[in-house]
Every structure is written in C-alpha cells, then in structure tokens.
Ligand binder design. Structure first.
Ligand code: MRU
Length: 358
C-alpha cells in the first residue's frame, strides 16, 4: 500500500453508509458498504468501525438508512421505525455515549419535523447525518488547535488505543494535537501502546501515524512504565468513550493503569474528546456501563489461539480513570482543568446552543 498524506474518510455516505474495514487494516484498505440496518449494526458490533465518534457517525448514517429502506407512507410510521432502529443501534456497543448521542439527535430531528412528507423527512435525516460527520471533523481540528498549546515543550508523547482519524470523521481526538504540532513543524515522537487485546495501537494508530509521516515507536503495553521511569515520556494523551459529569473518563482498558503510572512519574495525562463524548446525565464513572467483549479476542490473535482451550477469561473492553488522575480535558470548546464539573457543563451547553442556531 502506498503512503497517503491524508487518511481517507473513515465513514461516508454513498447511497448507503460506507466505511473503511478496520478489522483488515493495516494489511488491506477495504471498504464496506452497509446495505441495510443490520449490516450497520454488525459493522459497529464487530468493530469494522470503532472509536466513539466514528460509531456515532455510523449510527447517524444507520438511522438515515433505516429511513431510506422503510416503506412507511406516513411520517409518524417512519418515526416509529426510527425509534426501533435507535434502540437496536444503541445496543450494539454500550460504553461510548457518542452512539446514543447521535441516534438521539437523529430521532429528535425526526420528531421535530413530523409535519414533513416522509420523503422530505428522509432527506432531512440524511442531511443531519452529514452535518454530524462534518461537525465531528471540525471538532477534531479545533481539539488539535487547543491541544497543541499543551504540547509546546513536548517531544515524546504516549498514546493508547486508537483515537485518531480512524476513530472519528477524520483527524482524530488524541492524535489531533499531535498532528497539529507536526503540521507546525515541531519535532514530535509518539510512543504507541499496542493495546491488548484488540491491538488498535499496533494495527491502527501506528499505521495512521506512519501515513502522516509522524515519528513513532510501537511498544507493548507493559513497556509503558519502563519508558516513563527512564524519563522518555513527557505526557500521555488519550481519547474517551464517555466522560461523566464529574470528569471521570471511560476509555480503552489499560487507560486507568497508565493514569496511575503517570501520577507516580509526575507526567501529565490529557484526555481529548469532543463535547459529544461528555455525558452530563451520568454523574460519575461508576455509572458508566463497561462493555464485556468476547473472550476469543483475548485467547486468539486473529485466528491463532494463544491460550489453552477451556480456561476462564475476562474481557472488560474499557476502564474508568477517576477525574483526580486527569490533568486536563481538551474539547473543541477549549481546555478544562480540575475541578471539571462546571466547565464540562458550560462546554456542553455552549456546543448545544451553537448546534441549535445552525
Ligand atoms: O473499542 P474501541 O476501539 O472502539 O475503543 C476506542 C477507544 O477507546 C478510543 O480511545 C475512544 O473511543 C476515543 S476515539 C476518538
């Protein structure tokens, strides 16, 4: 595969939702066309598309597709179909709030436009899904501009999982400040955690940074402490699947361990996420549902078994980092510092007000 200056779009609409098959990267850049609602749900569940903002955008397109495929003759029947589609989509993955945030935005829009003819409503829904995609990319670029101010003295940054362009519409959240300083010509090097068990760091982040020409070193997760102890990590930047109202952060399993290590080594831990990841309805991290994924993802790498058959295996896919271990939260609205609650609320309200004006 040839290096590309820009990672291609992660998710887009071409008659139906289309996406890069992230299960096939980095070996092959394959495109999946989702012809019906079930294939959208399956793409999210199987993680052909993954990353909180990207699954939100995919679900929004899934709602537009459900409307397109529905034979409903009245808008009220169409809205009933959409409500069902929303609950099916939301159940595909429970931790990332962006999914339910996007399907709610689509359903709210349909309900607010119930007076339209069904075909007009179908068009409005598709336009809204496109807006959600475009706004996500704009939010990521704004995160990059805010976040790069924190990296002025940084040469070595560590990241976990993939919170890059592949996890969003484009450009990424955790990778956005890194991309922004790189674009400014500042030397920057990224330690990429491989991120067991699903290997999003090794398969996706390392590929994405390589495509962008950003210096990286891939490490296994258990090497992070060593490099921190050696003084080779200036800061950690991760994304998030859901930020509770008090600033507790759910992210890929292993993030909490990194946060504890960061504290022990006096290294800042930054969380980069759009306001669509902030869930003011969830008071704190204890209330965030943690997805339990297949044990096969732990016992196998690809199709290759790496553990004895019949053993007990656990696979929580996310963990929660308490707010007191987070140095700052970077959103498209700016940078929040502890205590987070009031600033997060203001950021969400400002973003909602801007959306309502559009
Ligand atoms: O299970 P995944 O790959 O969907 O988990 C993704 C993450 O944990 C990301 O860090 C998070 O969604 C933020 S993506 C901008």
């Amino acid at each position: 595969m040839q290096p590309m200056n820009e990672v291609p779009k992660t998710v887009w609409w071409d008659d139906v939702p289309c996406l890069i098959d992230q299960l096939r990267l980095p070996a092959t850049l394959d495109i999946v066309r989702c012809e019906d609602l079930n294939s959208v749900i399956e793409a999210i569940r199987s993680m052909q598309v993954r990353g909180a903002p990207a699954i939100g955008i995919t679900a929004a397109y899934g709602m537009a597709l459900a409307a397109k495929r529905s034979t409903a003759q009245t808008s009220s029947k169409l809205i009933e179909k959409l409500a069902k589609a929303k609950s099916l989509l939301d159940a595909a993955r429970p931790t990332a709030i962006n999914l339910a945030w996007a399907t709610k935005r689509m359903l709210d829009l349909a309900e607010a436009n119930a007076q339209l003819e069904p075909d007009q409503l179908r068009q409005r829904l598709l336009a809204e899904a496109e807006t959600i995609r475009d706004q996500d990319e704009a939010m990521c670029r704004a995160i990059g501009q805010h976040g790069k101010t924190l990296l002025a003295q940084t040469r070595n940054v560590l990241t976990h999982c993939n919170a890059g362009g592949l996890a969003t519409a484009a450009y990424g959240t955790a990778l956005a400040p890194i991309r922004a300083v790189h674009e400014d010509g500042q030397p920057i090097h990224v330690w990429v955690d491989e991120t067991r068990p699903f290997l999003q760091g090794a398969r996706l982040t390392a590929w994405e940074l390589q495509q962008a020409g950003i210096d990286l070193t891939l490490i296994t997760d258990n090497m992070a402490a060593y490099f921190m102890q050696q003084g080779h990590v200036d800061c950690i930047i991760v994304g998030s699947d859901r930020i509770a109202a008090n600033g507790d952060v759910a992210n890929k399993i292993g993030t909490y361990g990194l946060a504890v290590l960061a504290k022990a080594h006096n290294i800042p831990l930054y969380v980069a996420a759009p306001t669509s990841t902030i869930d003011l309805q969830t008071a704190n991290g204890a209330a965030i549902p943690i997805e339990q994924r297949s044990t096969q993802e732990v016992t196998h790498i690809g199709q290759q078994a790496i553990a004895a058959e019949g053993i007990k295996v656990a696979h929580p896919a996310f963990d929660v980092t308490p707010a007191h271990l987070v140095t700052a939260i970077i959103t498209e609205q700016g940078i929040a510092y502890p205590p987070f609650a009031e600033q997060l609320q203001t950021m969400v309200e400002t973003a909602n007000a801007a959306n309502a004006r559009q």
